[in-house]
Every structure is written in structure tokens, then in C-alpha cells.
Design a protein around this ligand. Structure first.
Ligand SMILES: [Zn+2]
Length: 438
């Protein structure tokens, strides 16, 4: 094999899921766990994966082997719904969705008009993702194009796969945060031209949610999607019952909440709808028929008292689902803590979320929901080398519980129940080390 200068050899246990699946029962048969594994990475791509024994002779003499004994290398986590400007308001007390937006979110987002401030917070935000092992995220900016420029510039600096967009919002919010249909169209168009497919960056057309956009603005969003069909659409759907009633009042001519988006051409394989808790049957049908994706955000849904997402229904209908932290209504950047809460959300619905299913949703399933499963989500040769080195025994309690675990399923379940940012030992993006635990 010919290797470039950037070749890396990683020795550790290796875990991934080899294939996208249609039902959760099929995940286990595609699970790959190599106790003493070797991964070769070249130029930011996965070059070879197998056992240490099979692979050790493939390592060029000049390459220093990075050994992580007792650690598990997994694909980097995929966060399918997060707001970077809300990192500074996590844990805002006492409200449900609509009041929470007015009292906390909107005043906070006003600060992102300032490019320097956006830069500072973008750097903070990306560091938080990396220290939690998240290597890809679908991200809300604010209404200000400066916020998106700052985030993309920071992500470009480490060649990180980030999808983001400027919020489109022209009503039902404070004046200082509103654009107009025309301004939002022009600014979004300019941002798409500048950033979409530049390196690993991708653009999402981002109307905040139906109540804060006029029909004219959603028509503009649909026009953009038509003009740039391979961009994403990222918004919220059916999170809270008062919100749904409000949408029905604002859009009486449409047949329910999702129909507002569907009518404007905003459903489809690259559309990601956060929450989807209180869907009507016709809305499930529409998501299924249009191959739209859902971001399941358990910590947020519990925190704002929004409700319990019906994950089983999405599986039954073969609708793509990824995990979202939804910072700042969500309460953690950490995917293991998010899975821990997802487990409880499913318990409250008499359904067991296995560790295999959970880690699938956080890696390959998330990649699939973002139409990126051909590039990221597992260690197929040729895919982009975004991965995380997990320490399954980062605390005395984890060590104790790990020692008494009897199977891989058990070990992973303990990890998602007790794990947090301390479990993230190293994070690699594009084949390069970008975070080391102190
Ligand atoms: Zn959100």
C-alpha cells in the first residue's frame, strides 16, 4: 500500500455498525466489535480496519502507533439538532416552549449580531462538541448571517462536518430579531453560495418554526430549496400542544402543522424536523411518504415538559431518526447522557431501548438521517475518519459496573447510562486529533 505522510495507526478495541437497517432487531447482526483492533487512517479517510494480528505488518515503519489499551474506538457522534447560540442559556428555569422562547431565547440570540461575539461563542461551541465526542452536527444559528459565517469559519478551521443555517424569522418575535421574506431570501442565498459544499460544510435552509414565519417567508424558503435542491431544510415540528394550536390559528388554510411546511415544498429526504412528539396520523404518513427525517431530542423534551417521542412508530414506518441534544432546551452536549434520557423516555412508553439501538441512532442512524451515511457513521473503508476514543471506565463507579458486566450489550448499556464527557478520551476529526482529555 502507498501511504501519504499523514498516515495514522490506531490500536484499540473497535466498535461500529456495518450497515443501515430497517428495524432495530437487525442492528446486532451488523455490529462489529474487534477486541484488539487496528485502524489505519490516511489523508482523513479510513484506509483499513481489522484485528491487530492481521494488520500489524501493514503499518509503515515510520508510523508511530497510537495505542489506547482498554479504550473503545467508535465513530464520532452525530447530533441532528442543536442551537449554538443557546449554549449560554442551558438550564433556564421554569417555562414551556413558547414562554421559554420569549423570556430567555430571544434576548440571548440578539447578541449574535456582533460578529466578534459570534466568533467567540462558535469556538466555545465547537470545543463543547469535541469534548463530548460529537463530530457532526446540524446546527441552528440566529437570524444574523454573522452568526453563521462565524460558525462555518470556525468549523472550516478544523475541517469539521457541520451543517448550519441562518434562522429565517419574520413575525411573532421581538423586532430586533426579525428579517423579512426578501431579506431572509437574499441572506440565505448568499450564505448558500458562500458555504454549501465548501470543504465539509453544508447549508440548511432554517425557518425557526411555522409560527415565526409568514406564508410569504415560507414560500421564499421553498423557492430556495427549489433553486438549491441538495441543501438541507432544518426546522421544528409538533413539539408542544400550545404551539400546534397556534400554528392551526396562524395557518387555517393548511391541513395541520406539517402541511404548512409540506405545502411550501419543505419536506423531503434532506429535511430534518426536530421533536415530532404530537404527530397526527396524516403527519406520520407525510413524513414517511416524503422520506423526511426526525431529530429525537429527549433531554429537551423532558426539560420543557413537551412529551414523549414515539420512536417505535418511526421504526415501524421506516422513517429516519437521529439523536439531537437540542441545546439550549436540551440539558447536555453529551450523546451518552442524551441516550440515557432516551432510554427513560422509552421506558415511560413500555419500550426497551437497547444499547445497540441507542448507539446506532447516535452514529450511523444519525448519519443516515442527514443523508451522510455514505461518508460518515461507521468505519467502512474510504469513509471520513471522524472517530472518538471512549474510556468506558472513566469513574470509579463506571469501573465497578464495567467489571461486573457480562456482555458487550451490558458494557455499552452501562456506558450510555453512566457515561458523560469524562468518557471521551480522544476525539479525531478528519483523521486529526482535535481533543484530548486533560
Ligand atoms: Zn430546537
Amino acid at each position: 500500500m502507498e501511504y501519504s505522510q499523514s498516515i495514522k495507526a490506531i490500536r484499540a478495541s473497535i466498535l461500529d455498525i456495518a450497515s443501515v437497517v430497517d428495524k432495530p432487531e437487525d442492528i446486532e447482526q451488523h455490529l462489529r466489535f474487534i477486541e484488539d483492533g487496528l485502524m489505519l487512517v490516511d489523508n482523513g479517510r479510513i484506509e483499513w480496519v481489522g484485528t491487530w494480528e492481521e494488520g500489524k505488518d501493514k503499518i509503515p515503519d515510520s508510523v508511530r502507533i497510537r495505542s489506547y489499551p482498554g479504550k473503545i474506538v467508535m465513530p464520532g457522534f452525530v447530533d441532528t439538532h442543536i442551537h449554538y447560540p443557546q449554549a449560554e442559556m442551558v438550564g433556564a428555569y421554569g417555562e414551556q416552549l413558547l414562554e421559554w422562547l420569549n423570556n430567555y431565547t430571544f434576548p440571548t440570540e440578539a447578541r449574535y449580531k456582533d460578529k466578534d461575539y459570534s466568533r467567540e461563542m462558535s469556538a466555545f461551541f465547537l470545543k463543547q462538541l469535541l469534548r463530548n465526542g460529537t463530530t457532526t452536527a446540524l446546527v441552528f444559528g440566529t437570524v444574523h448571517p454573522e452568526s453563521v459565517d462565524a460558525l462555518f469559519e470556525a468549523a472550516e478551521g478544523i475541517n469539521m462536518r457541520i451543517i448550519a443555517g441562518k434562522v429565517m424569522m419574520d413575525r411573532n418575535a421581538p423586532d430586533y430579531l426579525l428579517d423579512t421574506p426578501e431579506v431572509s431570501y437574499n441572506q440565505t442565498k448568499e450564505l448558500i453560495e458562500k458555504w454549501h459544499k465548501r470543504g465539509r460544510l453544508l447549508y440548511a435552509i432554517t425557518p425557526r418554526f411555522a409560527p415565526t414565519s409568514s406564508p410569504e417567508q415560507l414560500a421564499m424558503a421553498g423557492k430556495l430549496k427549489q433553486e438549491y435542491p441538495d441543501t438541507y431544510v432544518h426546522t421544528h415540528l409538533c413539539e408542544n400542544k400550545n404551539e400546534i394550536e397556534w400554528v392551526k390559528e396562524l395557518y387555517p388554510e393548511q391541513d395541520g402543522y406539517l402541511d404548512v411546511y409540506h405545502h411550501h415544498g419543505l419536506t423531503g429526504p434532506k429535511s430534518v424536523f426536530a421533536h415530532c412528539i404530537h404527530l397526527e396520523d396524516k403527519e406520520w404518513d407525510c413524513l414517511q411518504e416524503t422520506d423526511s427525517a426526525i431529530a429525537f431530542c429527549p433531554t429537551s423534551n423532558l426539560y420543557l415538559g413537551s412529551g414523549l417521542f414515539k420512536l417505535q412508530e418511526a421504526w415501524q414506518r421506516n422513517i429516519k431518526v437521529g439523536m439531537g441534544t437540542d441545546i439550549g432546551a436540551g440539558t447536555t452536549f453529551n450523546m451518552m447522557q442524551t441516550l440515557n434520557e432516551a432510554y427513560k423516555v422509552m421506558q415511560l412508553q413500555q419500550h426497551r431501548l437497547s444499547a445497540f439501538e441507542a448507539f446506532y441512532l447516535a452514529t450511523l442512524g444519525g448519519a443516515k438521517s442527514l443523508s451522510l451515511d455514505h461518508l460518515i457513521g461507521n468505519f467502512e473503508v474510504g469513509k471520513e475518519a471522524d472517530f472518538v476514543v471512549i474510556d468506558p471506565c472513566a469513574t470509579p463507579l463506571q469501573q465497578l459496573r464495567y467489571d461486573s458486566s457480562k456482555s458487550l450489550a451490558d458494557e455499552l448499556f452501562v456506558l450510555m447510562t453512566l457515561g458523560d464527557d469524562r468518557s471521551i478520551y480522544r476525539t479525531y476529526v478528519d483523521g486529526r486529533l482535535v481533543y484530548e482529555r486533560g
